[in-house]
Design a protein around this ligand. Structure first.
Ligand code: SF4
Length: 406
């Protein structure tokens, strides 16, 4: 989504995070762990006519046959990011609406899970928009933090002894993984990153094809339970709805906590300009107390940011994603088959994504509860801020690029 602003240094880095690089790092003495995004599983499921759970089991077989030690799913870290986001929103909302009118500028809080949006905000919008962006790391970086700052110690390994790969629906996730904010020295002074390499869904299909794997008939392995929330029957818990999960979860949580409104059933989003720009409001005693919007695709996000700049954006929360239709439609996802339209594919993806994965409340996720109990203490704690939150930096253009712009 942000390919228009990728620099040459970033291109070199993108090439480094390739399928070849991933394969060359297996069986090199490091413990290789793969974390799969649910959007990638849905894309491969639609492509092969399988369920996302079957895809998870078959990819577990495939990756383990290559020498990978564990295959997880990012739903658990997504729940952790959601809980931290709820906590951050409540404190911004209270500060803005209830405490001190001076600090009004903390809202709207803007979601931070889309690196296409973050890249655009840092390079093009800079300091006037960055303070609005939630400091919570994306699910990709949260699972990276869990593995490299917590799980490795439980396994008796140094962070640098683990090679952690994610499978994601977009190329911008590779840029995100390589941010300086997510690189650190471990106790042996080895430089390591939360996520060492990112494969797109398309690159996983390349892997299946290059190894001539009969994927449909491939054995299905049991799922690794250490970080994936799997039931006794092997079902996976913990994925909510579509990309609307952030706005949806924070809205319900705030309505209950601050206004004692228990909202059951789906939220009624109202289409504003197009299906990629929708809003939902909560009224209490005739007054609008919450106003949230989903804003997908560059045209919509540019419009909303323009409003923010002139002080005419009255939302409390904005879920911004750079791709129209969100991550299911990411640039790294599998392309439509011959005769299939892009619209048909998105519809099939949405159905597969929504219907085949069990919905669960992130606050009830036992994996996340145990992460707080054994490591992070409570939402918004100093440890959570250190490991699950990050910062954004305005990127000053070089003189040459400024001259080019003239
Ligand atoms: Fe990547 Fe698009 Fe999802 Fe953003 S919306 S994270 S650019 S796939």
């Amino acid at each position: 989504a942000c390919s228009g602003c990728i620099t040459s240094a970033e291109t070199v880095m993108l090439e480094k995070q390739s399928l070849d690089e991933f394969l060359s790092n297996i069986n090199k003495g490091k413990t290789v762990i793969v974390s799969l995004s649910p959007q990638s599983r849905a894309s491969i499921a639609v492509h092969y006519g399988l369920s996302p759970l079957q895809v998870f089991r078959k990819l577990t077989t495939l990756f383990k046959s290559l020498g990978v030690k564990a295959v997880f799913d990012t739903s658990c870290s997504r729940d952790l990011s959601l809980i931290e986001s709820c906590n951050e929103f409540i404190s911004r909302y209270k500060q803005s609406h209830l405490d001190d009118k001076e600090s009004k500028s903390f809202l709207p809080m803007i979601s931070s899970a889309c690196p296409g949006w973050i890249c655009y905000a840092e390079k093009t919008l800079g300091s006037y928009v960055l303070p609005y962006i939630s400091s919570v790391k994306s699910p990709q970086q949260s699972i990276g933090a869990i593995i490299k700052h917590h799980l490795c110690h439980k396994l008796g390994l140094r962070p640098g002894e683990i090679y952690h790969v994610t499978v994601m629906p977009c190329y911008d996730k590779k840029l995100e993984a390589s941010r300086d904010d997510f690189v650190f020295h471990d106790e042996s002074d080895e430089l390591t990153t939360e996520v060492d390499s990112v494969l797109t869904t398309g690159e996983v299909l390349d892997l299946i094809q290059s190894k001539a794997v009969d994927f449909i008939n491939l054995d299905e392995s049991p799922l690794d339970k250490l970080l994936s929330n799997v039931s006794e029957e092997g079902h996976l818990f913990g994925v909510r709805g579509s990309s609307g999960g952030y706005a949806d979860t924070i809205y319900r949580y705030t309505a209950k906590l601050l206004f004692n409104q228990d909202i059951k059933g789906p939220l009624h989003f109202k289409t504003i300009r197009n299906s990629d720009f929708q809003e939902v409001t909560l009224e209490v005693e005739g007054k609008t107390v919450l106003k949230f919007a989903l804003c997908y695709g560059f045209r919509n996000l540019q419009n909303v940011v323009r409003k923010l700049k002139i002080g005419k954006c009255d939302y409390d929360y904005l879920e911004i994603m750079a791709c129209p239709s969100g991550c299911l439609n990411g640039g790294g996802q599998l392309k439509p088959k011959p005769g299939q339209s892009g619209k048909d594919l998105i519809q099939a993806l949405e159905t597969t994504y929504m219907e085949t994965v069990l919905v669960a409340d992130p606050f009830e996720n036992p994996m996340v509860k145990s992460l707080y109990d054994s490591w992070l203490e409570h939402p918004g704690s100093e440890k959570a801020k250190k490991h699950i939150h990050t910062e954004y930096h305005p990127i000053v253009k070089s003189i040459t690029s400024q001259l080019n712009n003239w």
